[in-house]
Ligand binder design. Structure first.
Ligand SMILES: Nc1ncnc2c1ncn2[C@@H]1O[C@H](COP(=O)(O)OP(=O)(O)OP(=O)(O)O)[C@@H](O)[C@H]1O
Length: 250
């Protein structure tokens, strides 16, 4: 497979608002690919189409070699999708291990493998030592890592992360980046949406900067900076979009 994600002229309109407007992307296997853009740029809408949760209005997308519309079931079996918001409050009454084991059943992990698989993903995200503590006592960063663990339960080829470090402190963000990197070292591909410049710069192999549903620039962080002689991605972003992203979290 040449591309783990390939889109051609992908569009999604809501009424007469074009949330995604002709996006053509190619993501290579094993890459960490970032969709970088401000609030409302169309990142989540793109991710929802690639995750088969939302049908495109026009254009086409192949994920893991399968069409997101006509082969949606095959796509779903091969992707893990970790949404923006932390999981619902009800899960706070469970331990990390219990939550992971319940989610494993939802992901159709064979019953005899549930415990081992839960142990495996908790280990991958560095939560083994906290597995038997209540999720209610987890920090925001630990809860995000638990969500990440759940997205890994069915051993996806492609992990799709929507704002994986939104609202986390600096230390937790770095911790999360390390875990995401280590997944790629194990052969997984990652698509992530972010509006944090430093995350895009340090974590992503390649990026598409999107604004108002369209790609306005693309390449490696180094290429994007070199192309306009800019010292930082902030300047690259400003140059291409003409407006700033929100402030970094503390
Ligand atoms: N279900 C919907 N109905 C109508 N408009 C929508 C819907 N979903 C998204 N939009 C609009 O589409 C545009 C793109 O939204 P989207 O959530 O994809 O942006 P985003 O880049 O993910 O932003 P954020 O960083 O805030 O998550 C926005 O103008 C949004 O208001």
């Amino acid at each position: 497979m040449r591309s783990i994600i390939e889109t051609e002229g992908l569009c999604r309109a809501f009424g007469d608002h074009h949330a995604v407007d002709g996006l053509s992307l190619a993501v290579a296997p094993g890459e960490i690919f970032g969709l970088l853009g401000p609030n409302g740029a169309g990142k989540t809408t793109t991710i929802r189409m690639l995750s088969t949760l939302l049908p495109p209005s026009a254009g086409a997308a192949l994920v893991c070699g399968f069409d997101v519309v006509t082969e949606a079931e095959a796509v779903r079996r091969r992707i893990g999708y970790v949404m923006q918001q932390v999981s619902p409050m009800g899960h706070y009454l469970l331990t990390g291990r219990e939550k992971t084991e319940i989610e494993a059943s939802l992901y159709h992990v064979p019953r005899r493998q549930v415990k081992a698989r839960a142990r495996e993903v908790l280990e991958l995200v560095g939560l083994s030592d906290s597995a038997d503590r209540l999720v209610a006592g987890y920090s925001g960063g630990m809860q995000k890592r638990l969500d990440l663990a759940c997205g890994l339960l069915h051993r996806p080829d492609l992990l799709i992360l929507d704002e994986p470090t939104l609202g986390l402190d600096v230390q937790s963000r770095h911790h999360m980046w390390e875990h995401i990197r280590s997944l790629c070292d194990e052969g997984m591909s990652v698509l992530l949406a972010t509006n944090y410049m430093d995350e895009a710069d340090r974590l992503c192999d390649r990026l598409a900067i999107i604004d108002r549903g369209r790609q306005v620039a693309g390449g490696t962080p180094a290429e994007l900076k070199a192309a306009i002689g800019a010292p930082s991605l902030d300047e690259v972003f400003l140059r291409h979009t003409g407006h700033a992203l929100r402030e970094e979290v503390a």
